[in-house]
Ligand binder design. Sequence first.
Ligand code: GLU
Length: 435
Amino acid sequence: MKKQQSLFEMSLERLDRAANYCEVDEETLERLRHARSVMQVSIPIRMDDGTLRVFEGYRVQHNDILGPTKGGLRFHPSTDLDEVKALAFWMTFKCAAVGIPFGGGKGGVTVDPKALSRLELERLSRGFVGRMAGFIGPDTDIPAPDVYTNPTIMGWMVDEYSKLNRGKAPCAFTGKPVSVGGSLGREDATGRGAYFCIKELERLKAWVPAEKTIAIQGFGNAGQHVARLLHHDGYRVVAVSDSQGGIYQPEGVNVPKVIEEKNRQRTLSGLYCEGSVCQCKECDCEGTEMIPNQSLLELDVDILIPAAMENQITEDNAMRIKAPYIVEVANGPVNAAADDILGQHGVTVVPDILANAGGVTVSYFEWVQNRIGDRWRETKVHSRLREVMGDAFRAIHGKMEALGVDFRTAAYVHALERLNEAVASQGTYSYFNHQ
Ligand code: GLU
């Protein structure tokens, strides 16, 4: 396999590109090229069969100029330090892009969580906190769910942290179960944030939802919620996939049913009956085709939503993408080389640091509620999220038009200007030099 550019290197390329379009101090750029702190731990876990296994865990605090570092924690077999560093870097820009007072952080454990029992998973989650407790905290670095982690895991983690801390510390983690201080509206926040971006596009382009077709790669939390909200508005979701493969139904898939089945069977492949003519009466899979993930990306649809992992659209397949709009619900699904190819083909990419910022935005609302001991109604969470996403979308879109750049560069410029202002207000070399 061809060696891919490291994810962190790719992030720096995007930083340099954006720096060409704004007045930014070289010191700001230099600070952003380096992660502030990196912690790597090994987590020994007693397995159910009595044996011991040791897992690698990481937490990276990229930059805290705008506030405590914030970002998810993933459990995935291919997670490594380079990936976590890039993801932390993206969090810095994501929080700055939507204007919430957090810096960027991220964590990960190299593990296939599907191969662990529930008790093993709990021991691993608590073990991670045991090793990281001195590094994270409500005012320094606040983890949240990410790929293959969820509110239950955050619940174990906050419990472990509170024990070690000898006092309740609900703001040490976000994305918790509502019963232990989680926020209403956090569960679907990433999908809803992306949905609000699509509603902004709809307004700008005067789209009629029923005329627009959508393909979604990845049917985890974010993919399912964005599908549900768009389907509810009349958009035609024609294809969805998970790591095992996808289904394609040109008339539009029955989204509520697909979500129900996916969560029951844990895979989409069970939704499709083998054979070209379906004989079974219970399913409505007639006209539904099974398609591999790569073909889903290349479908002739109006909006493509990659909601799975990084590096899905690269220089190898970018020229075959037919969708005129890509909304990045995953982090980093389009690599830097593909950006140029898509740009040449006139594809608009609503970048991850905007499109998937709904999750961290509602995490911020959760943190605020925990700090002041309040509980917000779900409607309040939704309307404040709409406000944050709408403001950021319009500011970035305006910047894109004013500068004549692509959406991603505009989002980076917007974030970079905020970061630069904060760095400058703390004093840079040129600031002191002019005194
Ligand atoms: N994991 C999510 C992200 O990548 C959410 C982070 C958070 O809520 O802190 O944005």
